[in-house]
Design a binder for this molecule. Sequence first.
Ligand code: NAP
Ligand code: ZN
Ligand code: ZN
Length: 351
Amino acid sequence: MGTYIVKAFGTEAPEAALKQMNIDRREVTEKDVEIDILYCGVCHSDLHTARNEWHGTLYPNVPGHEIVGRITKAGNGVTKFKAGDLAAVGCMVDSCRECEQCRKGSEQYCEKGNIQTYNGRDKHLNRQTFGGYSERVVVDEDFVLRVPENLELSAVAPLLCAGITTWSPLKHWNAGPGMKVGIVGIGGLGHMGVKLAKAMGAYVVVLTTSPSKADDAKRLGADEVILSTDKAQMKAAANTLHFIVDCVSAQHDVNAYLKLLKVDGTLALVGAPEHPLPVAPFSLIPARKNFAGSTIGSIAETQEMLDFCGKHNITADIELIRIQDINNAYDRLLKGDVKYRFVIDMSSLKN
Ligand code: NAP
Ligand code: ZN
Ligand code: ZN
């Protein structure tokens, strides 16, 4: 299969800084589109993967799965897009398309594992996939999303992971009027969780370790804010929430948050710290509580979320950076020092 070279930013080893490199992209096949990447969000998963914190990184690694751009080429069999259209790509670029989950349109739960946008296995080139910290990407149109025209494009990028990863559990567990929903960890994912849960009509309770975010949370849409480091505030909130989305990227005590659930309440983990998170039996047993997990969302759900955001004028709060500042952005991400998502202006890679 023919390939061509594009510029990218990536890393060769867990301890190495990200730097400019060349990667190859496949020539568009019948069903592929080529996207000129305009913006790419910086997800904490990029950092976990670049630094091999999940222990499966293939190097070189080019992160980035919050991609928006413009279509530059479309294969002969492409029906949904044409050159010039805006388009977006999230965390997956393919799946087996045959298993029970794929057949029912839950390709994120493909029984063979969905093919991730980076650090997945490219079916065509038989090597790891490379993500959006690059000039261009080539993706099967079935895994490409349409972008609402009325939204600021740079602030749309984070919807492709942070948006869908919080939207999907909120929908699955029926967030809406009459539900008290807690969002833990107000980074990229968490701040989208607050905005989306509020727009769905839920009563939203923010749980943060950062006093400065506590002050800002109501602007994002929170009805109530709890500083989770304050024992008295946590105690007062015991048994009050129906559902919690836990978006924390680092080790933390989930038992402290499980205490806040009512009988039959669920805590859905989307944050994925490196090490196990111990759950005490009596955090669950006395009130039939559920400790669950959720990963991204299907392509159909992602489109539904993007259309909803277009309709309700919802985007991420972002800080635009140049690709050359990515290593500094990772350091700041580790300190929780971002309000609330870094987005790379990919034109900086072209200069
Ligand atoms: P992020 O922007 O770095 O936000 C993480 C937030 O967690 C921080 O802003 C902070 O919020 C909180 N936090 C950090 N350290 C903490 C600690 N020790 N104790 C309590 N809270 C702490 O990260 P993100 O991009 O939103 O990603 C969050 C996690 O979700 C990552 O692990 C990422 O890999 C994972 N993820 C999962 C999926 C999925 O499909 N399941 C998809 C995308 C990302 P406060 O300042 O408010 O406390
Ligand atoms: Zn992500
Ligand atoms: Zn499958």
